[in-house]
Design a protein around this ligand. Structure first.
Ligand SMILES: [Zn+2]
Length: 133
């Protein structure tokens, strides 16, 4: 047993790429940060759905649902399987998503839902921040 083996990895004086460190989480939040995608994810808690079913249950255009499902699948949040002539979509990890949404509700309570009123998150600010990237 190597009890005194040194821990591998960057030392304290190694440059920390903070942008790279938060990028995966930022991408995940971006996937969930679009209202229609959030709606689709929440609806999939009720079980597996075909695109056509999601289209009907959510009152959205099929092209809209398909595009968001493709995003969610690329992000690893949603998976699909072929069933007959259709694809069935479901959540990859509903338990963790339930936990995430529970924590989110707690945060919304704690912040007095300030995020909903925050002008920094408005469409104009968002467009400006997108331009800066
Ligand atoms: Zn449904």
């Amino acid at each position: 047993m190597a009890m005194s083996q040194e821990v591998e990895g960057p030392g304290l004086d190694a440059p920390l790429d903070e942008g790279a460190a938060v990028a995966p989480a930022a991408a995940l939040y971006r996937a969930l940060g679009e209202p229609t995608r959030l709606l689709i994810v929440q609806h999939l808690f009720s079980g597996e759905h075909r695109v056509r079913e999601l289209t009907e249950h959510l009152g959205l255009a099929q092209s809209t649902v398909s595009a968001h499902l493709a995003c969610l699948r690329d992000c690893g949040l949603v998976t699909s399987r072929v069933h007959g002539r259709a694809s069935m979509f479901s959540l990859v990890d509903p338990e963790r998503l339930v936990s995430l949404f529970a924590v989110t509700e707690g945060l919304l309570e704690a912040t007095g839902s300030a995020a909903a009123l925050c002008t920094h998150l408005g469409p104009q600010e968002r467009a400006r921040l997108e331009d800066e990237r």
